[in-house]
Design a protein around this ligand. Sequence first.
Ligand code: ADP
Ligand code: MG
Length: 253
Amino acid sequence: MSETPSTPAAEDPVVRITGLHKSFGSLQVLRGIDLEVRRGDVVCIIGASGSGKSTLLRCVNLLEVPDSGQIVVHGTDLTDPDVDIDKARRGIGMVFQSFNLFSHLSVVDNLTIAQRKVLGRSKAESWNIANTNLNKVGLGDKVHSMPTQLSGGQQQRAAIARALSMDPDVMLFDEPTSALDPELVGDVLGVMRQLADEGMTMLVVTHEMQFAKEVADVVLFMDGGVVVEQGAPAQVIGDPQHERTRTFLSRVL
Ligand code: ADP
Ligand code: MG
């Protein structure tokens, strides 16, 4: 065994979850989740409200601490008690349903603050990276705007640009479009589609079945804290094998 932390091999999954359990009091929310996200893959998690999707995503960056099981991200075991959580989290970008921008900071300052404080980048470097990512999400002209001056869709795209500015190994999205007015959903999905095309590794909780069908490499249906069915979208959405998957899909499609 090497003494230095091992560099993950290129073919290792970026995220590997095994036997993940999580309860809140007597409520068992995750009851043995196994999941792998390979480099460059988009994994979409679908399932009814309350099935444990957000808890699963929150476990992946330790916003929730698992009761048991293992979560390895980019070669780091997050469940190892000696792990440097802050360091491990740097490689994990998260975009929430609510946009979570700092309301007292301009758009560009939202994007530079963690780059400077966490990654130690200079003002100039962090600004350049922020600018590049704002252009990428179509907000090149909103650099100096305040979050309240942006639409919900623009705020969500700024939140995506903020996460990208930290050079994540993997991006987690928890229903990123479900708080948006319908006419704003398309722009956010468009940005996510572009990221997928560029090879970003993504774990996406979504109710957007068309997006899952077209963009996902793997779709995973959760119910009652377990993965009921997973596979290619044509399989899970197009030809579900389990009654619970069929029932769910008949309600959302
Ligand atoms: P989903 O994202 O699929 O809707 P969640 O992971 O948010 O599901 O929630 C799964 C279950 O866990 C729900 O019954 C929810 O009320 C419960 N839950 C989630 N977070 C907490 C918490 N911090 N404390 C207590 N119960 C929680
Ligand atoms: Mg949720």
